[in-house]
Structure formats: C-alpha cells, structure tokens
Design a protein around this ligand. Sequence first.
Ligand code: ARG
Length: 465
Amino acid sequence: MSNTSTPSNPMWGGRFESASDKMMEAINASIGFDKKMYAQDIRASIVHAAMLAQQGIISQEDRAAITKGLLQIQGEIESGQFTFQTALEDIHMNVESRLAELIGPAAGRLHTARSRNDQVATDFRLWVRDMVDAIAQQIEAVQQAFVLRAQEHAATLMPGFTHLQTAQPVTLGHHFMAYVEMLGRDHSRFVDARNRMNECPLGSAALAGTSFPIDRHFVAKELGFARPTANSLDSVSDRDFALEAMAAASITAMHLSRFAEEIVVWCSAPFHFISLSDKYSTGSSIMPQKRNPDAAELVRAKIGRIAGHFQGLLMVMKGLPLAYSKDMQEDKEATFDALETLSLCLAVMEGMVADIQVNAPALKAAASGGYSTATELADWLVQALGIPFRQAHHITGRAVKLAEDAKKPLHKLTLAQLQSIEPTITNDVFKVLTAEAAIKRRISFGGTAPKNVRAQAARWRKTLG
Ligand code: ARG
C-alpha cells in the first residue's frame, strides 16, 4: 500500500517531484482548524481583489469574476456543500483552488501582491478582533447581571472573609460589586488589545513588501482597520495580538474562577448561603440528596485551559527568528479554543449570577458570628474614649476572650462585663456592636455601607447603559 498522496500539491508543486508523504500532510495541514476563518479569508480576498482592480493591477472583469466566485464559495461552505481537502493544506489554498475550478485562470490573479503569510496574519487578526468584540460585550453583560443583584442585595448582610476566616460584616451587594470592578478592568484590557491589534498586515506580502503599486490604506480601511501595519517583516511575524487577547482572557477567566469557587463553597451544606436552580446543578447517580454545582466547577476549571493555551503560544513564539516560520501555524487552535472557552464561561456566568437564590437568614447569622464586630468595638474605643488603637485592640481581644468563655456574641455581654475590662466603657457601645450597625458605619469611599453600594451600582448602571 502506498504511503504517499498523489499528485504533488497543485498550488506550489511546480518544483516538487514527488507527492507529500502522508505523515507530512498530517503535520503540515491546518485545514482541520483554520477553516473556522473562511469568512475572514473570503472577506479579505474580496477587498484585496477590489484594490488590485482599482490600482489597475488586474482587470475589472477578473475582479468581478473573482468576487462572484468567492461569494459562491462562501455559500457552499455555509450550506455544507464544500469539500475541504487536507492535501490543499489550509483554508487559503482550499478557497483559491475551488475558485480556479469555478472561474478558471482568472483565479490565479487573486494572489498577486500578497502571500499566505500576510493573508493568514490578516484573516487571523480579523477573527481575533471579532472575538474580542464579542467577549467585551459579554463581559458587560456579566457586569450588568452582577449590578442588578447588587442593587437587590445592597443591604443584605454577609460575613466578609480574609483567609476564609470571618473577618468583618459586609453586604452581599458590596461583594457582587467587587466583581463588577474586576470585570470592568477585564473589559478595558480587551478594549486596549483591540486598539493595538487594529492594524492591517495585508500587502506586506511574504516578508518584504511588493513591487506592485498596491494601496494598503484602502485595504486597511475597507477591512475596518485603523491603518496598515508599518513594517512588512513585523506584519507577518507578529502574533502578539493573539497573545495579548489570551493574556486578557486568562485574567478574566481567573476572575470568573474566583466567583465560581465562591458559588461552589456557598452552595455547600455547611455554608448554605445560596442555592442554584436545576438549570445550573446536576444530581448524583447514587446520592439522592445531592445537587452539584457542576457549571460553577467547570467555570472554575477552565482557567487552566485558557491560561495553558496562552503559555503554549508564548512558548511557540519564543526565540522565533524573523520573519514567518511554520511554527506560527500553531497559533490558531490555542487562540480559538482559549477565546471560545472564555466566551462560554462568560455566558454561563451571566446565567448563574441571575439564577442565584440567596439564603439571607443564613448569611445574616454567619455575618454576626465569629466575633465579626470586634473591630467595631476597637474603633469605638478609639472614637468615643480616645484610647490609642493599639491599646483598644488589646482591650477588644480580652472582651472577645470573655465572650468566648461565656459562649456569647460580643453584643450579648453585659455592660458590667465590658467594664470589668475597661471601666470607662458606656452603654453607647451597644449601638455599634451588631453587624447591621457595623455595615451602616462603613461609609468611607469604597466601603461596604448600603448607601455606598447603591451609589456604585447606580454609577455602573449608567456606564453600562
Ligand atoms: N496555514 C499557514 C499558517 O497558518 C498559512 C501560512 C503559510 N505560509 C507559508 N509560507 N507556508 O501559518
């Protein structure tokens, strides 16, 4: 049985005597994944042909035939009638080869003044740019979901944690708004990345530019780019637009994983702060009482995949000499999967945030436990009695010890008990020792007081539109 495919590649086979080895074909071909960019490839080719005709490099008739043929190919791909061929390596040559079948020799004029190197750089940028736009919108949708829940729970008490130990009472709305801030920075990272990537490499040709009188400014404008790239070597070698998008994706996925983890913990029976509907939970095949927060667990996990792809492409690009090397074909699977995975996580997170059912009594009970108002007592000793903070901290420590021994919360100690530690304490102290009082007093800018949360939520609603 022959291990070779015949005939030799029709697109570049001129100087090759034998057909590709099957293994060569398997490692070399990218059509299995780069067909995802068919729409970008066709769009860029249509603009390129228009430019060639406008500059008098090809005739208007050839341009018309090329455009018609390309649109027919797009139709064939979208209706599932197109046969992708591994022997033709990639999306660029699959499209061009079909164009030759459809319109004959005029198809051969399309590749004038360009190379697959600038072609793939352009197609891929267009794909990443579209995805960045979609992700930016999705991030805003998740922010919007958090803001709505924050307004609803602006005054809902919950324990704030440090080291996952009860620290001080906060509001659930404030906690939700923390994610709105994180996602706001994530959004701006994607916007920045988009601005930097928005330059058109097409017309850089293989690496050195071209002797044809092309108009790169026209092409850039028609494809929605701000300008053409300024250096042809850089144009075909650069993949930092994909890396930057994946870096932004990794940070966003990290943020999502933190809330996903909180969902998992808060849903567990010992916490029972929240529950999720059947939409985002599954049952166990053996333990009938269980409702597992699978969707949250998976969002928590996906960061591994997304950040892994980022690292993967970073390693592919490291040490590559200029200009194009085939190594760079490894950019696509990583980037496609990283950005599509993030998009899925964002969609799931938006749904989960809206779905969360809050167990306010459990949150309130937990907010008051763990001596969460100890800092209130210390602050009151400073504010009402003028005691230096370090000393107030020490007095409070002794009060907590007394309450622990009496198996009571701080506010259930008697005045006499408190005065046994610090004789100048007055009845007024009881006004600050509950969790409700604690959150109301946290009015410093950025603090958890319900009125702050409402103001921040209103500000974001305006920004998000
Ligand atoms: N499929 C290739 C890629 O994704 C297209 C560019 C090929 N260029 C070349 N000189 N072989 O990188």
